[in-house]
Structure formats: C-alpha cells, structure tokens
Design a protein around this ligand. Structure first.
Ligand code: SF4
Length: 66
C-alpha cells in the first residue's frame, strides 16, 4: 500500500505515531518521517492512524502497487 502525509498540514500531534508506530515516527522533535510503502499487513494500523490524525493529513491507497 501507499501512504502520503501532507506535511504542510501535519501539526506533529503524533496520533499517527501512536496508532502505527512501525509506519510513522518522529525524526527529531517535530519532523515526521514515515514509510511511503508499508506492507499490506499494516493496513489496519494505517487506517487507524489516518482516522486519528486531527488535521486529516494522512491519505493512503490500499493497492499493492498503486
Ligand atoms: S497525526 Fe497527523 S498531525 Fe499528527 S503527526 Fe501524524 S500526520 Fe501529523
């Protein structure tokens, strides 16, 4: 699957890191890093992270190669 975070929207709340720690992490104090193409097995975590983001910065497409 593919994940895209709009870093202009992201306010570093960290909800996504909490929901899907193997996909999202902070690099330094406020700089979000994430896996652009996480394994499909992580889909539920990514969905939870997207739902938890207070500014709806996370979008994803479920396809393997999308
Ligand atoms: S939950 Fe949203 S605002 Fe918070 S760090 Fe993740 S992408 Fe950024």
């Amino acid at each position: 699957m593919r994940v895209l975070v709009d870093l202009n929207r992201c306010l570093s709340y960290g909800q996504c890191v909490f929901a899907a720690p193997s996909v999202f992490r902070f690099h330094g104090a406020e700089s979000l890093e994430y896996d652009y193409a996480p394994a499909d097995a992580l889909r539920d975590q990514v969905r939870e992270a997207a739902a938890a983001c207070p500014v709806q910065a996370i979008t994803f497409s479920p396809g393997d190669h999308a």
